[in-house]
Design a protein around this ligand. Sequence first.
Ligand code: UT7
Length: 318
Amino acid sequence: MYSKIIGTGSYLPEKVYTNHDLEKIVDTSDEWIRARTGITQRHIADESQVASDLALHASKNAMEAAGVGSKDIDLIIVATTTPDMVFPSTACILQQKLGVDNCPAFDVQAVCSGFVYALATADMFVTSGKCRNAIVVGAEIYSKIIDWNDRSTCVLFGDGAGAVVLSQSEQPGILSSHLHANGNYSNVLSVPGNIGGGKVQGTPYISMEGNTVFKFAVKVLEEVVHEAVAENDLQTTDIDWLIPHQANIRIIKSTAKKLGIPMDKVVVAVDKHGNTSAASIPLALDMAVRDGRIHSDQLVLLEGVGGGFTWGAVLLRW
Ligand code: UT7
C-alpha cells in the first residue's frame, strides 16, 4: 500500500505588505530586500486571525480538490510554530472547525521543516493502514513573533497556510522520506521565550544568526536531496519539480546549482509570500499544482530546513 496526495489547498491572508511598506517601519530598502532575499511582498494576517483559521481555509480547499468530505478524514496533522494557544493543539482546534469526528489530531513542531516532518509522519499512518485520508497542514502567523523594530528579521517572514489530503493508494505516491535534526544549533535560530508565572519569560521574538543559517541550509539541502534520490536509485536530473522551503532566493538558487537542477524545474514563491515557515512548501506546491506545472507521473521533491536545526525531504511520484 502507498500513500498519495490527492488534493492540495492554500490560503493567504488578504493584507499584503510590500517592501515599500516596510521602508516606512524600519531602516531598510526595497533594493536591499530584493537583492538579499528575492522577496517583494508578504501576506500578513489580521489581528483576530489565528493559525487554525488559516489552516481551515487551506484544508477546505484541499478537501474540495480531493473530493473528500469531513466524514472521510481520519487523521489531522498541523505543522506550526505559531499555534493558536499553548494547548490544545492547533490540530484539535482545526478538527472542531472542520467538523471531523474522533480521529487522531496533533501538531508537529519542526519550524520550517514542519511540513516535511508532518507529511512523513502521515505517510507512516497511511501506509501502515492506520488511516485512509489524512489532512496535513502547514499554517503559520509569523507576524505575531516578529519584532517589527528588527530589520534583520521583520523583512523576511510572512503568514499563510497550505494543506494536502494524503490518502491510501495502490499506485506509488510518496516514495521515501528523510528526516534529520541537530539540536546543537538550537541557539542559532530560535524564539527564546516561554510562558511562566503568568508572564512571558525570555524573548517572544525571532532571533537568528542569518549567515550561519544560510550556510547550513545550502549544505544540508543539497545533502538530503542526494540522500533521497540515491535511496530510490534515481539521479537529481530525474527530478521534474524541486519544491524547496521558501526562505531566500539565494539559498534556493545555490542549492539548485549544486544539484545541477535548472531553475525552470524549481518552484519559487518566496518573492510573493516571503518565508512562511512550515506553510511555505505546501503553499508553493498548491500554486504549482493549480497552475498546471505539476501533473501526473512527475517526480516531485519537497525539501525543508529550519530551526532546531531540522531538515528533511520527501520524494514523491505525482
Ligand atoms: O527558514 C529558515 C530560516 N531563515 C533563513 O533561512 C534565513 C537565512 N539567512 C538569510 O537569508 C540571510 O542571511 C539574510 C537575508 C537574513 C541576511 O542576508 P546577508 O547577505 O547574510 O546579510 P548580513 O546579515 O550579512 O547583513 C549585511 C548588512 C549588514 O550591515 P553591515 O554590518 O554590513 O553594515 C546588516 O546590518 O545588511 C544589513 N541589514 C540590512 N540592511 C537593510 C540587515 N538587514 C537589513 C535590512 N535592510 N532589512
